[in-house]
Design a protein around this ligand. Structure first.
Ligand code: G6P
Length: 606
């Protein structure tokens, strides 16, 4: 995690470093810092806490530099204190780092034995010492950097200043992303296109193992062997408007409201609206596939689980879904005739990437459902199926989830048709159903006022249970995840049928139970579970549709009535109420909705 920025500028860089760090806060926000070369000497400013704290430090003590680096941290090694904040410094070297150096403990011991002293508990400080040692031995900076990288194992993206080398920033990447931005007489390094977006749209993405030196007018890039290489410079439109909150209080609120459009744009990429056909570009032969293996983390995992329900039911194609961090280490048995699909909003999640690479090494064809189409995961797969919901800034994923589920739905229909499980008429019907989803999601978002009043009660709870059957089970997991992520209330999602095998013991007057049950083939069973809860004094929040409301067991107190829809798109339509519930509970509790404690948007460490 962590966000990094480096600027070789013609004018003062302080404000631009701050602007970029604010854009990068989604990657971590435990502490922040900047460093620059001022009159030939390195100067740095750091602060524990968010960028705001760093801004205060800088307004009291500005950094008057035209070359500088910056960092916003998500702590891995060492508490989020000022001493552990980046940039880290050793001798002539000051640097910022995103990633984890796995052999740092032994390197640190060796360096200590040589008489070097450490100011922090971070793995990063070791890199600064290693590089300083190489430079002190007489090597030119780039040779010293290569020698340093060769000693490190683990993941890193780096931006580095060297005292005495004014006008130069070096960088390197392995396992964590780094881009080079090309300006007019100015050059940039950043964790992603958003970081350098305000300054340039001309961007080169570094490859694994690359290292780089930027100065005022050029970038010299080298591959992991040290050979000079060219990396294509692309024009990436980083429209500022896409990452503004507009009239909303929080990005999460805006992103919930963005969903009809995000779903529409995403479906448009996979549906032929004129012919009413579903088509997944990329030439995957679904008829020949024996299995699909989905790997993902967090909300993306839940979207993958939803994919399993949809694909198996419609296309009769076996789908395994697994949390990437488990999958990658347990030597899963795989079938080379299966397709691995990595689902990842950021396309940079370390565990998902490792799980994907494991499958590729076993000879599996690969695909990715990603938002960031220039991400590492997108670049490593055979087929990219982008979601088109625009940048997602709120740490709790909302519009990326519905866009991921949109792709899964289109995929299920396309695969069903390719495998002869549905005929052309049924495909047309299902495509028309899908095309209704954006409108119905918009209807569902209109429930915000009634959800807000329910949130007042839920905000008082210590524990909340979410129950659902069929595709409403993954949605129950997602509802619980959203609530705990941003409101810090303990919440569990359960398959409603499992209620009697444990969670029913938790039911009392103080525990709200959110039951997700549109009027579908599971409804009667879910309604029975609801009665079981109510018989034990449980406070039910019943999220259903008008038909479900009519058939609700007597005594259902709190009902949210989402629009009636075909079961195919119910996961999309029912998502907004649970997202809005979590959002309003968090707002009522005064929590930091867009930047919940301890979390980060993009998790590029294991
Ligand atoms: C973090 C975020 C989640 C996200 C998960 C996977 O935990 O807070 O919102 O679902 O990472 O991220 P990805 O970018 O791979 O979808």
């Amino acid at each position: 995690m962590c966000g990094i920025i480096g600027i070789v500028g013609k004018s003062s860089v302080q404000e631009r470093l701050l602007e970029s760090l604010k854009r990068l806060e989604y990657r971590g926000y435990d502490s922040a810092g900047v460093a620059g070369i001022v009159e030939g000497r390195l100067a740095r400013r750091r602060a524990a806490g968010k960028i705001r704290a760093l801004e205060d430090v800088l307004s009291a003590n500005p950094l008057n530099a035209t070359v500088g680096i910056g960092h916003t941290r998500w702590a891995t090694h060492g508490a989020p204190t000022e001493a552990n904040a980046h940039p880290h410094k050793a001798g002539r070297v000051t640097l910022v780092h995103n990633g984890i150096i796995e052999n740092y403990a032994e390197l640190r011991e060796t360096l200590k034995a040589e008489g070097r002293t450490f100011e922090s508990q971070t793995d990063t400080e070791v890199i600064a010492h290693l590089l300083d040692r190489e430079i002190a031995s007489g090597k030119a900076p780039l040779h010293a950097l290569k020698a340093t990288l060769d000693q490190m194992s683990g993941a890193y993206a780096l931006a580095i200043l060297v005292e005495g080398e004014d006008g130069l920033i070096m960088g390197a990447r392995r396992g964590s992303p780094l881009v080079v931005g090309f300006g007019e007489g100015e050059m940039f390094l950043g964790s992603d296109a958003l970081a350098v977006g305000p300054f340039t749209s001309r961007i080169a993405y570094l490859e694994e193992g690359d290292f780089v030196a930027i100065d005022h007018g050029s970038a010299r890039i080298f591959d992991e062997t040290g050979a000079p290489v060219e990396r294509e410079v692309k024009t990436v439109p980083a429209s500022a408007a896409l990452v503004e909150k507009g009239n909303y209080r929080h990005f999460m609120e805006k992103e919930i409201h963005d969903q009809p459009e995000g779903c529409q744009r995403t479906l448009a990429a996979y549906l032929d609206t004129l012919e009413a056909r579903a088509a997944m570009p990329g030439g995957v032969d679904f008829a020949a596939l024996e299995r699909i293996q989905i790997v993902a983390c967090g909300t993306a995992y839940i979207a993958g689980l939803m994919g399993k329900y949809l694909i198996e039911q419609l296309a009769d194609l076996p789908v395994d879904v697994e949390i990437a961090s488990e999958f990658r280490y347990r030597a899963p048995a795989l079938n080379a005739k299966s397709l691995v699909i990595a689902v990842s909003q950021s396309g940079e999640t370390a565990d998902t990437l490792a799980a994907l690479r494991y499958c590729k090494a076993k000879g599996m064809k690969s695909a990715a459902v990603v938002n960031a189409v220039q991400s590492t995961i997108a670049r490593e797969v055979d087929v990219v199926w982008p979601i088109h919901c625009g940048p997602e800034i709120g740490v709790a994923s909302t519009k990326a989830f519905t866009a991921q589920v949109s792709v899964m739905t289109a995929l299920a229909v396309a695969a069903a048709r390719a495998r002869g499980r549905i005929d052309a008429d049924e495909e047309q019907r299902l495509v028309r159903v899908m095309l209704e989803a954006p409108r119905l999601i918009a209807e569902s978002i209109k429930l915000e006022e009634s959800v807000r009043s329910i949130a007042v009660e839920v905000a008082k709870a210590r524990d909340v249970l979410y129950l659902g059957r069929g595709p409403m089970y993954p949605l129950a997991l997602e509802g619980a995840l959203k609530l705990k992520e941003i409101s810090y209330i303990h919440a569990e999602g359960y398959a409603a049928g499992e209620l009697k095998h444990g969670p029913i013991a938790l039911v009392d007057e103080a525990t709200p139970i959110v039951i997700l049950a549109p009027y579908d083939s599971y409804f009667e069973k879910s309604a029975s579970n609801m009665s079981e809860v109510m018989a034990r004094g449980g406070q039910v929040v019943f999220i259903t549709d008008p038909e479900g409301q009519r058939h609700a067991p007597a005594g259902a107190q709190v009902v949210v009535t989402a629009p009636r829809c075909d079961p195919l798109i119910a996961p999309l339509v029912m998502a907004a109420p649970i997202q809005l519930l979590a959002y309003h509970v968090a707002v009522l509790k005064g929590a930091d909705v867009d930047q919940p404690r301890n979390l980060a948007k993009s998790v590029t460490v294991e």
